[in-house]
Design a protein around this ligand. Structure first.
Ligand code: 13P
Length: 251
């Protein structure tokens, strides 16, 4: 079996003013430096206003920084958007694309997300491509077809295990305190893995993260599931102690 180094990623979403965000980033960087060798890669995705400063604070630590979204174009008349080269320029190494909140709030389709992932790759960023079914789709028994469809369309042909991470986040588990069961997670991750292996030469090496109400109390169990190669954490990533416990669950 292939060894995949886990990734624990914090998505701060639209949270944190400057003082709180910088305090969070510096305590995380300090904890990581104090610990030395970590059992996983660590990523934080702050809001755009804090990206540059957080990148500065975490620069010499094991904590990487990522954007929460990027535009598909490299520059131009797109008021309010950020281009992937801008993220790379301030020291980001990753960018989330296709988060369900972007799909829902901004009507982003999997085709849009494939273009964003391509732009991220062209800028030298690792694209964290998010997928996941709604509660209605799960109730209809459509989970695997929805998720597989999103993976098929959202991942560009140029995706590799080096430049792409897949994050499975069931929409009904995001911010609700409800987590998918170990069996549900295992089933979807196995289906995503099968699709990656069928399409990409290094499909067995892509990291597949689980996201949706991950917290210190359930992290070890979820991270122990086959084909779960880390977590994408929302609420619990805003508290350094909780996020740190999730990181330690990887060790
Ligand atoms: P919560 O951990 O708050 O459920 O959010 C998950 C998520 O959407 C991370 O991208």
């Amino acid at each position: 079996m292939t060894e995949r180094r886990p990734l624990i990623a914090g998505n701060w979403k639209m949270n944190c003013l400057r003082a709180d965000g910088l305090a969070l980033a510096s305590s995380l960087a300090a904890k990581a430096s104090e610990k030395g060798e970590l059992g996983c890669d660590v990523l934080v995705c702050p809001p755009a206003t804090l990206l540059s400063e957080v990148a500065g604070v975490t620069k010499d630590s094991a904590v990487a920084v990522g954007g929460q979204d990027c535009h598909a174009a490299i520059s131009g008349a797109h008021t309010g958007d950020l281009a992937a080269p801008m993220l790379a320029d301030i020291g980001a190494q990753y960018v989330l694309v296709g988060h369900s909140e972007r799909r829902a709030d901004h009507g982003e389709s999997s085709t849009d997300i494939r273009k964003k992932a391509t732009s991220a790759h062209d800028a030298g960023l690792i694209a964290v491509v998010c997928v996941g079914e709604t509660e209605e789709e799960r109730d209809l028994g459509a989970t695997l077809s929805v998720v597989n469809g999103q993976v098929a369309v959202s991942l560009p042909d140029g995706a590799t295990a080096q430049n792409t991470v897949v994050a499975y986040e069931p929409v009904w588990a995001i911010g609700t305190g409800r987590t998918a069961s170990v069996q549900e997670v295992a089933e979807v991750h196995a289906a995503i893995r099968a699709e990656l292996v069928a399409r990409f030469e290094d499909g067995d090496q892509f990291r597949i993260l689980y996201g949706g109400s991950v917290k210190p109390s359930n992290a070890a169990e979820l991270l122990g599931v086959e084909d779960v190669d880390g977590a994408l954490v929302g609420g619990a990533s805003l508290k350094v102690d909780d996020f740190w416990k999730i990181i330690e669950a990887c060790a």
